[in-house]
Design a protein around this ligand. Sequence first.
Ligand code: SF4
Length: 105
Amino acid sequence: MEILWAFLLLGGLGLVFGIVLAICAKVFYVKVDTRVDDIKEMLPNYNCGSCGYAGCAGFAEAIVNGEAKNLSRCKPGKPETNFNKIKEYLENNPNEDGTVIKVDI
Ligand code: SF4
């Protein structure tokens, strides 16, 4: 009989914690812009910091936020291997309001 109470107690706790986690997942949901990861993959990924950001992910985020307007801030990057692809990607993947992020090479 005691083992039944242990199962019920642990099952009940599992259920309560599961519900709390599900509610927290909904309440604290952070929408992620997948364009940041896509652009990061198009950068050289040396994480050298010569663009002025902590790494390629930071530069990619600045591009998507419209903060970084000039792709040539990435010194190791090349127009034919990196920048043209990023520019084309941004033209094909506008913001939610339909505006296109303009960047220079
Ligand atoms: S300069 Fe280019 S390679 Fe270096 S961290 Fe910035 S984006 Fe990455």
